[in-house]
Design a protein around this ligand. Sequence first.
Ligand SMILES: CC(=O)[C@@H](O)[C@H](O)COP(=O)(O)O
Ligand SMILES: NCC(=O)COP(=O)(O)O
Length: 237
Amino acid sequence: MTKLSVNINKIATLRNARGGDVPNVVEAARKIESFGAEGITVHPRPDERHIRYADVKDLKPVLTTEFNIEGKPIQQFIDLVLEAKPAQVTLVPDAEDAITSNAGWDTIKHKDYLKDVIALFKSHGIRTSIFVDPVKKFIEGAAETGADRIELYTEAFAVNYAKGDKNAAKPYAECAELAHKLGLGVNAGHDLSLENLKFFKDNVPHLAEVSIGHALISEALYLGLEKTIHEYLKLLK
Ligand SMILES: CC(=O)[C@@H](O)[C@H](O)COP(=O)(O)O
Ligand SMILES: NCC(=O)COP(=O)(O)O
């Protein structure tokens, strides 16, 4: 069984567009949980362009499923995670000015840094995961940091699968096998969708969790528009 953790960054993006509190991210997270999702993921960025640090603090006491906080371990992020004490922290090497995550860690170059941060989070009972590209030496490097899990960065898979590449999941399958052998749990995320998820799941072993946001929230609009429009039309009769 692979767990679904829903990334609610995009709900905050919509909320922020009007400066008010609609949609309310806490209410949305509660509904997502009540519909069966097994986790809530947030990825606060220093500019707080979507989910804000304050949202993370509001979410923590009300969530009943696994809370996963993703981000670059700058001091402000470390303090937030230690205060919120989520089930899992996923370390992502966010580049400055990037629209979204665009690479995994070089776990060899940053091994000592990652080791220290991971030891700190683990000493507070927080499960740790490292965002990595499907490259074997980076999986081996991740194991040496003491991390509990890796999160495979799936953008390349999504792009190649959309082009019809039947081998799009192959490097992921090999890295998942290696991670499992090295005692690491395997998560995955980025640009997974209703279109590509089944193929990924069927071809990549040991998949403990996927975190999905952008496509899932977009698909929820398509799937929910009909009912919503009917509700409005009823009011206008
Ligand atoms: C690590 C990862 O792939 C996701 O957390 C993704 O980066 C979401 O972040 P944005 O919502 O800022 O695109
Ligand atoms: N860790 C990946 C994530 O949380 C969601 O990424 P995306 O589905 O918004 O691309």
